[in-house]
Design a protein around this ligand. Structure first.
Ligand code: LMR
Length: 349
């Protein structure tokens, strides 16, 4: 009896660690919640191809898109228990795991451009955030982009007052809750896989997402208005089960790291393009009116939303927020210097 239960535990442990015992092959189950033709979906496939090639078939990567295996919260629990080995959740979904600092990336109007974002995520801040995951049985590998978010609903949203009373779906982030409340809306946390139906049935009035997620989930069929607000950022952390990762042979781990670096370069290149393409498709579908904020309207949104930074200083850490401000200032300075000679040579012509 005792032998049987010990054997069962052993078999389960093998399964959980992603090792397919019979073939000696290592299996990585990579679960995610978006469509295959999004930046994350395509990069997961690219990682699969590269990982299988570089490890000469010793590793098999199985990609499960569209919440096929797990929804938002469940997938993180599945990673921690070892039922899947790899995920790329949005940075807004780490709070329930006890890593609220990741909500830095949710602060409205924090990142003025992509260069600032990448320096922050690839630098000290990214390292500090990944270090927070160790004690949770999770290892952070890299950050992937999606892009800046736009607001959608069935009501035009030009001025802040237009949000009054709107039920807006958000991810499980306190910062996003505070952002919607600052606008006068009523935030509702909901899994990504449920958003389309909730919009269709009027359970919520609107949502926020980069356009590639909006289009690939067909939200344009059920949202009449979208405002190009770029008010916040959506990105991902690619994470693995720590004991699975640490237990891999070193040579395999380094080939997987190489595959992930290349998949990351591909992902970051494709993300902006995918959002641009998706916007063209939304406009062509003619079911959603796309509105560009005027400078005065944007200034009003910013004035309303910037106090959320102070409100969350003690949760996220003032040092992390200050790091972003300083990086943004540095990037702006460098861009001004590189822009100058071009302006001069333009004049000569
Ligand atoms: C959402 O839940 O709105 C998105 O973060 C989904 C995703 O992973 O892009």
């Amino acid at each position: 009896m005792k032998f049987r239960s010990t054997l069962l535990m052993f078999v389960l442990a093998l399964g959980f660690s992603g090792m397919a015992q019979a073939t000696g092959e290592i299996v990585i189950k990579f679960s995610h919640v978006v469509a295959p033709d999004t930046p994350k979906g395509q990069a997961a496939e690219r990682f699969k191809q590269l990982a299988e090639k570089y490890t000469k078939g010793k590793v098999k990567v199985e990609v499960y898109p569209n919440s096929q295996l797990y929804k938002d919260r469940e997938e993180i629990e599945a990673l921690q228990s070892g039922a899947v080995q790899m995920l790329a959740p949005s940075l807004s979904k780490f709070g329930p795991m006890g890593a609220r600092e990741f909500e830095l990336f949710d602060l409205p109007y924090l990142f003025p451009n992509q260069e600032t974002l990448h320096r922050v995520m690839d630098g000290e801040v990214g390292k500090k955030l990944f270090a927070k995951l160790d004690s949770k049985g999770v290892t952070g590998l890299t950050f992937w982009d999606n892009g800046f978010k736009q607001m959608s609903s069935n009501r035009p949203m030009h001025k802040v007052a237009d949000f009054s009373g709107l039920k807006m779906r958000i991810q499980s982030s306190k910062v996003l809750g505070a952002q919607m409340k600052a606008l006068g809306a009523n935030p509702q946390v909901m899994a990504f896989s449920e958003v389309y139906t909730a919009l269709q049935q009027g359970v919520v009035d609107g949502t926020e997402n980069p356009v590639s997620n909006f289009y690939t989930q067909k939200m344009h069929e059920v949202q009449q208005h979208m405002t190009m607000s770029n008010h916040g950022y959506l990105g991902y952390a690619v994470i693995v089960n720590k004991s699975f990762w640490d237990g891999l042979p070193a040579g395999i781990r380094s080939e997987l790291t190489r595959a992930m670096q290349e998949a990351t370069a591909f992902e970051r290149e494709t993300a902006q393009k995918d959002n641009d393409d998706a916007l063209a498709k939304v406009i062509a579908a003619k079911t959603t009116t796309v509105y560009q904020l005027t400078a005065a309207e944007r200034a009003e949104w910013q004035k309303t939303l910037l106090p959320v930074h102070r409100e969350f200083e003690s949760v996220i850490g003032a040092d992390l927020i200050q790091n972003v401000y300083a990086t943004a200032a540095q990037v702006e300075k460098e861009q001004a210097v590189t822009a100058k000679p071009a302006a001069k040579s333009d004049k000569k012509k």
